[in-house]
Structures are given as C-alpha cells and as structure tokens.
Design a protein around this ligand. Structure first.
Ligand SMILES: Nc1ncnc2c1ncn2[C@@H]1O[C@H](COP(=O)(O)OP(=O)(O)OP(=O)(O)O)[C@@H](O)[C@H]1O
Ligand SMILES: O=C(CO)[C@H](O)[C@H](O)COP(=O)(O)O
Length: 405
C-alpha cells in the first residue's frame, strides 16, 4: 500500500504543496491532497482514483500566430465552442480588455505586450509588428508564471484609445491561448508552448478580407487599406511570417485553382499542414494514412455547384519537417452534407459521429463556415481538446505513479 508524500508530489511541480488527511480508495491509501500555489491560493483540481488532487501548474499553453485581420478571433470562437460554454471578457473589468475567458480556456491577445503605445510607435517610426515595440521579457515571464499556476497582472493595450491601460488579473486556466503577432518569435516563449498554430493567409486573400472588413465595417477607403497593407509588409515578412516554420499546424489560405485566374478571393483553397512526430498530435488523414489521395466528393452524396469541391491529401516536407497535408479547394453548398466528407476523414478526435458537422452547423454564420478555413479550424480545435485530454491523463498517471513510489 502506498501513501503519497509531500516530496514525491512536490517533485511533480515545484509550485505545489500538500496538506490534508488520508483517504482510502480501492485498497489504495491515498491522501486527500490539495495543492496551493506560491501565493497561498488553492489551485485547480483534478480527479485521481476517486480522490481529489488539486494542483497548480496544469495549464497547457497554445500559441496562435497570424497577422491582424486574418481570422484569429473567428478561430478562437470555434476553439472555445469545442470546449463548450461561452467566452467573455473578464467580468467587471476594462470594457476594452482583449481577453476572453470561458470555463476551460483563457485567450490572451499578445497586443497587450506592446511596449510602445500608438503615439510611441509613431514617434519612433516603428510598427506594432517590430519586436522593438513589444516587451518579450514580460511576455515570457508572465506566460511562464501562468503555466506554473501563478496569477499575473497582465497589461492591456487598448485598441480604441491606442494607449496602455492599467493591468488586469489573469488566473491560470486549464488552457491558455496566446494569440497575436508574435507567439513564436521569442524562443523562451516558444518553448513554453504545448502546441502552436500559424494562420497563413496569402496576400491576395488577406487583401480581399481586409477590404471586406475595413471598407464595409470600418469605413476605410480602398487607398488607405492598400497603404496600410504595404506599410506593414516589410515587418510582416521579417518578423511574423518566419514563425510558421515553428508551428505544429499551419492553416494556409490561397486563391482557388478551380477557377482559372480568379481574383475575387471568394472561393478558397485551404491547406492544413500538420507536422509529424509531435507528441499528443496525430495528423488527420483522408482514406489511407500516408498515401497520396485526390478526391472530388461531388455527386450523389454531396451537392456541389460551380466550381465544385476538390480534396487532396498526402505527405510532404515543410521547412525541412515531415508533414501531412490535407487540402480542400471550393465551398460547400449544403453544410449538413458535410457529414459525408467527415465520415471519410480519420484521426479527427471527435467524441461522437458527426461532431465536426455539428460544430460547423452551430456556427454557420461565422466567416469561412462553407469552406476549408472553417472546416480546418474546427478540426484543429478538436485536436487541441484531444491534446489537452491526453496531457491530463499523462499527468494523472504520473501523479498516481508518484503516489505509489
Ligand atoms: N475564414 C474566413 N473567410 C472569409 N473571411 C474571413 C475569414 N476569417 C476572417 N475573415 C474576414 O476577416 C475579418 C477579420 O477576422 P477576425 O476578426 O477573425 O480576424 P483577427 O485576426 O482576429 O483580426 P484582428 O486581429 O484585426 O482583430 C472578418 O471580419 C472577415 O471579414
Ligand atoms: O497588428 C495589430 C495587432 O492586431 C495592430 O495593428 C496593433 O496591435 C496596433 O494596434 P492599433 O491598430 O490600435 O494601432
């Protein structure tokens, strides 16, 4: 019979400590243990053999990188929905907070680590994409603390005023998502990530989306949108784009190949590039793992109007890494028929038959729900849930082993 000791459990995580009486469960003498973080607050809990084990430092960290206006917010809404429950800004806090909190996830926007406000950037002649306009030391220090189970006072960059507002308290969640321009730029921050995603929107498509949003919704002129994209491009190429080489999954959005010389940017070709050999992440495949497949699903079971839909799947290399690539060109006419495509995909980490289709139907009004952007964002959301659950199981069995020692 084993009894867990302060020493074995502390060795799991330096920010844990232990107290409380002994409890017997299935012949296994186990303490009812509680962990406290370094500030003395009782931390999160998880179940272990019927006993309640509460431990700081269980937060997994996901990085999502993309340029502004490339669909990060939409992706976050899909991701938090996979975990259930609505995401909202911290209650009673700054109305211009960029943070979104749900039961399981906290999404922080890395714009909050701008070290220069809008005026400061103008005076120094740097863009927000320039590392000199961002405080990577603080970003690292705070993400590390949250990962270790310690709450932090994170700054807020106010996108309305362009100023740095007083900080807000961020408590360690189960899943912390850091989204923004530079989650993978600084090696120290990159090393804290359990999984990373890069949204790679080609220039043509980015331009079309920017026009759609900034002209229709924000009243900007076509000329000013063009000028803003041009002004950001050198820094985007220098500091943002290179991060994709580090990503575990890349969603690449390109113009369609189904319409010759298309320049409308409405029909999209989307690739999901998945790195091989990443712990807790098994790439999705179509029909047969490792084969090269081309599939036109249009016909009896999937309604397709012009220009149709084409899928492709196969192995490739990406920045010297082995990857699997799933591609979808075209768009769905009827989302309920997506189940036909879903049933031909494997390793999708769903909990029940049709879960992808259900998620897509639930958010049919989100941008990209009729094409590969929505489909692949949903799939990546499910893979993140799976990764989180696998890590939790591993940590629980690690704790159990420790208690047996
Ligand atoms: N998958 C998509 N298909 C079509 N348009 C899209 C898609 N994703 C985003 N967009 C367009 O881009 C705009 C920006 O999307 P979103 O707000 O999700 O991006 P963001 O990266 O969070 O932007 P920002 O950082 O500037 O707040 C949307 O309003 C929409 O017009
Ligand atoms: O690239 C951006 C990240 O979303 C913004 O442009 C950056 O945060 C600067 O913000 P603002 O537009 O308020 O000056």
């Amino acid at each position: 019979m084993a009894v867990c000791t302060v020493y074995t459990l502390q060795s799991l995580n330096s920010s844990c400590s232990i107290s409380s009486p002994t409890k017997t469960h299935m012949g296994f003498t186990q303490k009812q243990v509680f962990f406290y973080n370094n500030s003395g607050n009782k931390a999160k809990s998880r179940k272990l053999r019927g006993g309640e084990i509460t431990c700081a430092g269980d937060t997994i960290v996901i990085g999502l990188a993309a340029d502004s206006g490339c669909g990060k917010s939409t992706f976050m809404r899909r991701l938090t929905s996979v975990f259930g429950g609505a995401a909202s800004p911290p209650k009673g806090g700054n109305p211009d907070s960029n943070t979104l909190i749900s039961d399981t996830t906290t999404v922080i926007c890395l714009d909050d680590y701008h070290s220069l406000d809008r005026t400061g950037r103008k005076e120094k002649g740097v863009t927000a994409l320039d590392p000199r306009a961002n405080d990577f030391d603080l970003m690292y220090e705070q993400v590390k603390k949250i990962k270790d189970g310690v709450a932090v006072e994170k700054p807020i960059y106010n996108h309305v005023s362009g100023l740095l507002d007083p900080p807000e308290l961020i408590k360690p969640p189960k899943i912390l998502v850091i989204e923004g321009l530079h989650p993978m730029y600084d090696q120290r921050v990159r090393d804290l990530l359990d999984f990373s995603i890069y949204l790679d929107i080609s220039n043509e498509v980015k331009f079309a989306w920017k026009i759609q949003r900034d002209m229709a919704e924000r009243g900007h002129s076509l000329e000013s949108i063009k000028a803003s994209i041009e002004a950001r491009k050198p820094d985007f190429d220098a500091y943002i784009d290179p991060q994709k080489q580090y990503a575990d999954a890349v969603i690449e959005v390109l113009p369609t190949k189904l319409i010759p010389d298309d320049n409308e940017g409405k029909v999209l070709r989307v690739k999901l590039i998945m790195k091989e050999g990443v712990k807790y992440f098994n790439p999705v495949y179509l029909f047969d793992e490792g084969s090269t497949v081309s599939w036109i699903p249009c016909g009896r079971k999937l309604t397709c109007s012009y220009p149709g839909i084409k899928f492709a799947y196969g192995p490739d290399t990406y920045f010297g890494h082995e990857v699997s690539v799933l591609e979808m060109d075209g768009q769905f006419d009827r989302l309920d028929e997506l189940i036909y495509v879903e049933s031909h995909l494997s390793n999708i980490s769903t909990k029940f038959y049709g879960e992808i289709t259900q998620q897509m139907l639930k958010h049919a009004d989100f941008p990209g729900s009729n094409n590969g952007t929505g489909l692949f964002q949903t799939i990546v959301g499910l893979k993140i849930r799976d990764l989180f659950e696998q890590i939790a199981v591993d940590k629980s069995s690690g704790a159990l082993e420790a208690t047996k020692a």
